[in-house]
Write a protein that binds this ligand. Structure first.
Ligand code: UDP
Length: 323
């Protein structure tokens, strides 16, 4: 059985569905502070627990036969992490420490960790490869880097094998429209743009059009949530076959500007979207695009979905948002 922490969250819930559809047995733990119980596939086992509760974790790990852990549970708002670092270091770092310690004590050797490209900060070189120095510029990214380092040291000392997956911009939703992205408050570009298409927002604020990019707006690498899910499954298989730790960037390798996202969303939704240029958001690098060669070569992973499919699937969810 595979243990998925944060399996009621956006990325975790899609991964759980992906695993279930491939016949895997899954146990989700989630404290439901930000996740949605309805998002957890009905065929997965569920335990409401907090990763800060070490005793609860050890009890769960005793109750079930867990072969591998995929760890998504975390707070993930950059802005909030700047305002409330205490909350982020406690939840993300202390919580992950509890989990890693409990998993290690139980003798489980396979661990996949949900990491982020934001730990590269303002990269020297784009597309960004795994060799780019890690130099986070906000507490959220710091916490993710600390957890990667923790995993590295647990591997060196105790042989806990891990794969850290550094995602670029996770986007899109389940093609059946059953689960999707639902954050409160919403800060991500694609859901915001689609809320505008639904008339839930009057206009879209474009955070800066004076970046050194072709149209002046920031460029990001948007990757479909099921391409991410597939990479996690491949990471588990990699740990099973090779029993060695590694880190991989997960992105498509293609970058799109904020204006291109809005234009594609106009096409997909058939709606004119009103935009205004506002000032830059603090901490936003101009361009973040993945060099995904390593994941392609070693994990044999190939992202399948293009930007239009990403926005179509998200639109399909947002039109009938279930939670
Ligand atoms: N962005 C924007 N308006 C918004 C939300 C986001 O212009 O209302 C921009 C943001 O500055 C960034 C890109 O869209 O360049 C993607 O932002 P998002 O928060 O979705 O993901 P991030 O890149 O911060 O992980």
């Amino acid at each position: 059985m595979i243990l998925v922490t944060g399996g009621a969250g956006y990325i975790g819930s899609h991964f759980v569905k992906y695993l279930i559809e491939r016949g895997k047995e899954v146990l989700v733990i989630d404290n439901l502070s930000r996740g949605h119980r309805e998002a957890v596939n009905e065929k997965a086992k569920f335990e409401q627990a907090d990763i800060l509760d070490y005793d609860a974790l050890t009890a769960i790990l005793k109750k079930y036969e867990i072969e591998a852990v995929v760890h998504f549970a975390a707070f993930a708002y950059v802005g909030e992490s700047v305002e409330k670092p205490e909350m982020y270091y406690r939840n993300n770092v202390v919580g992950s420490f509890n989990l890693i310690k409990a998993v290690n004590e139980r003798g489980i050797k396979k661990f996949v960790f949900s990491s982020t490209c934001s730990l590269y900060g303002n990269p020297y070189k784009v597309p960004i490869s795994e060799d780019e120095p890690t130099k986070p510029i906000n507490p959220y990214a710091q916490t993710k880097l600390m957890i990667e380092k923790m995993l590295h040291d647990f591997d060196a000392a105790y042989g806990l094998k891990y794969v850290a997956l550094r995602y670029f911009n996770a986007a899109g939703a389940d093609f059946e429209g059953k689960i999707g992205e639902s954050h409160e408050p919403e800060s991500h570009l694609i859901p915001i743009v689609l809320e505008a298409a639904l008339g839930k927002r009057e206009k879209i604020s474009v955070f800066g059009d004076d970046y050194e990019t072709e149209d002046g707006t920031c460029i990001r690498d948007y990757i479909h949530i099921y391409d991410l899910a597939d990479a996690h499954l491949k990471a588990l298989e990699y740990l099973e076959s090779y029993k060695q730790s590694d880190v991989f960037n997960l992105g498509t390798g293609a970058g799109y500007s904020v204006k291109e996202i809005i234009k594609t969303a106009e096409k997909v939704t058939g709606t004119y979207l009103k935009q205004e240029i506002s000032k830059r958001r603090a901490g936003d690098p101009a361009i973040l695009v993945a060099d995904n060669q390593k994941a392609k070569k070693i994990l044999k992973w190939v992202p399948k979905y293009n930007l239009e499919e990403i926005i179509e699937s998200a639109w399909n969810w947002h039109k009938n948002q279930l939670y």
